[in-house]
Design a protein around this ligand. Structure first.
Ligand code: SF4
Length: 76
């Protein structure tokens, strides 16, 4: 667990092989995440981020398109 990210206001969405962190205050609502994968990011689902729905490489690839830094990943 990355305590620095938690202290900076990120929420943890834990997966088996990779964790995802999201900070709603930093998000610019560009939508790259939900366009990248509706299985990984689904605003109608709770929790809306499900890291185990896709493989870890896909998590990285999509989060790398987030322009704001609101999404982070930490492989386990
Ligand atoms: S890609 Fe990043 S900035 Fe855009 S909506 Fe998703 S989390 Fe927010």
């Amino acid at each position: 667990m990355d305590n620095d990210l938690l202290e900076a206001g990120y929420r943890l969405y834990s997966g088996e092989k990779i964790d995802v962190y999201f900070n709603t205050h930093i998000c610019q609502h560009a939508g790259n995440c939900v366009r990248g994968s509706a299985r990984l990011f689904n605003l109608k689902r709770k929790p809306w981020i499900a890291p185990d729905e896709v493989d870890a490489q896909t998590v990285k690839t999509i989060i790398d398109t987030c322009p704001s830094g609101a999404l982070k990943y930490r492989p386990k």
